[in-house]
Design a protein around this ligand. Structure first.
Ligand code: SF4
Length: 312
């Protein structure tokens, strides 16, 4: 039985304009709910128990809550969304989504102030709405956890993307998030494609410095009692922080393209096709398990930051 989670990249637009966004902004076609339902039925029949809604901002779909409800009716145990969190500023919407079955939310938040967040996502309004969204989701989870087995393990996590704007400020950012009672903090390397490619020089920090800062921040969050992980960095830039690397989840990813056609991607391959290995990797102890470095990153900045991990 294939028990891999199903990721449906269903969003068509987004209110934010993140400097690193790797998605295509504004997909004009609306993928019919029936088409998405068929994919969820298919994956359930293969044994999937988790479904994740992603792609731009999935909560902007008018039928988002209905899709969550459908997933629950089909028997999915973990129903997750990757979101900028802004739509959840509407308390009724947050409550309705959680009551329909949403029990895992990953909010993208990258700063500890309106000004820092705005410098990364392009709008100050995002900050106020995200903050309210997080509060509303926490309240909705708490209320529903008491009455529903389905929500016994409800979790609210945050994804922080390490950019040039926050790389020297990550400790305050994770301290702030830990103080909000976030269940887990994931610190991600910025990807150099999409808007991350266009804004490369201004937005993407040197990967070695970003890895060091992410490890220090993850350690700080853990000291405060909040699980924290560094994600999508090559192990060689993590120094003694390799134990903090969040392991990628093997998923079946179905993305909907601008044309309306579906594209199936293997979860791990989705990133790996953009990565490469170079001369330092030839002697590296972890080479067989490493995905490598983003091809576009080394095309622009070369291999000088990448150093093989010595074999024992
Ligand atoms: S294989 Fe290459 S990219 Fe991966 S950790 Fe080793 S040196 Fe770094």
């Amino acid at each position: 039985m294939n028990r891999r989670p199903l990721e449906l990249a269903i969003g068509q637009s987004c209110q934010d304009r993140c400097v690193f966004c790797s998605d295509v902004p504004d997909i004009e076609v609306v993928v019919p709910a029936e088409q998405l339902r068929a994919r969820m039925i298919e994956a359930r029949a293969l044994g999937a128990t988790a479904v994740e809604f992603s792609g731009l901002e999935p909560t902007l779909r008018a039928d988002f809550v209905d899709l969550v409800r459908e997933a629950r009716h089909l028997g999915y145990q973990r129903i997750q969304v990757i979101t900028n969190g802004r739509r959840f500023a509407d308390r009724e919407f947050a409550r309705a989504a959680v009551q329909a079955g949403l029990n895992s939310v990953l909010v993208s938040i990258h700063g500890d102030s309106a000004a820092l967040e705005a410098s990364i996502v392009g709008t100050e309004q995002s900050w106020t709405e995200k903050r309210a969204g997080i509060e509303n989701l926490q309240a909705a989870f708490l209320a529903t956890r008491i009455s529903s087995k389905h929500h016994a393990f409800a979790i609210l996590e945050t994804n922080v993307v390490v950019t040039s704007a926050n790389v020297d400020h990550l400790d305050p950012v994770v301290s702030f998030l830990a103080g909000l009672g976030i269940a887990r903090i994931n610190l991600y390397a910025a990807r150099p494609f999409g808007w991350g490619n266009r804004n490369f020089d201004a937005a993407i920090p040197p990967i070695a410095a970003a890895g060091t800062a992410a490890v220090a921040a993850a350690r700080r969050a853990r000291k405060m009692g909040t699980p924290a992980f560094v994600c999508d960095f090559p192990p060689c830039v993590l120094g003694d922080g390799a134990d903090l690397a969040g392991s990628p989840e093997d998923k079946e990813v179905i993305a909907v393209l601008k044309s309306g056609k579906e594209q199936r991607l293997e979860g791990l391959t989705k990133k790996a096709i953009h990565k490469t290995k170079g001369a330092p990797c030839e002697t590296c102890a972890v080479e067989p398990a490493c995905e490598g470095v983003y091809r576009e990153y080394v095309r622009r900045r070369g291999w000088s930051e990448i150093r093989a991990i010595p074999r024992a």
